[in-house]
Design a protein around this ligand. Structure first.
Ligand code: DGP
Length: 118
């Protein structure tokens, strides 16, 4: 049996969320602690802990995540101004929830992505 995660409970609706999209492969819901006016998490329905755990057979779901991000950005009216898609991986990436997820963040100027080392 696949291990349950916080996000798999949101996917199967055991836990409540502000869900904005769901299909056979992916689910999207608003982040509980938004960093911008639009902050949506797009997750595969299958529990994939990190990017490093993606299998070849997940390719369709990974593509679906991007397609859904494009559509949700349009729905949220942030597509024209632009937005950022972020996937954190493990400790150095500061991944908190061990169920792969893509942040769709926008609705304001997000500044530079990372501080340069020099
Ligand atoms: P990351 O650091 O990339 O693992 O981001 C995890 C995100 O998950 C963080 O922005 C907050 C969000 N989050 C954590 N718990 C919940 C929850 O119970 N519901 C929702 N909607 N979002 C959550």
């Amino acid at each position: 049996m696949t291990e349950e995660t916080l996000f798999s409970k949101i996917i199967d609706k055991t836990l409540p969320s502000d869900m904005v999209y769901q299909d056979d492969l992916v689910t999207a819901f608003r982040d509980i602690n938004p960093a911008a006016p639009t902050h949506i998490l797009i997750v595969p329905n299958r529990v994939i802990p990190t990017v490093d755990d993606i299998e070849d057979s997940d390719e369709l779901a990974m593509g679906r995540m991007l397609r859904v991000a494009r559509d949700l950005a349009r729905q949220e009216n942030i597509a024209e101004d632009g937005y950022r898609l972020i996937i954190n991986c493990r400790d150095h990436g500061r991944q908190e929830v061990p169920h792969l997820h893509m942040h769709l963040v926008g609705g304001k100027d997000l500044g530079f992505m990372l501080r340069r080392e020099s």
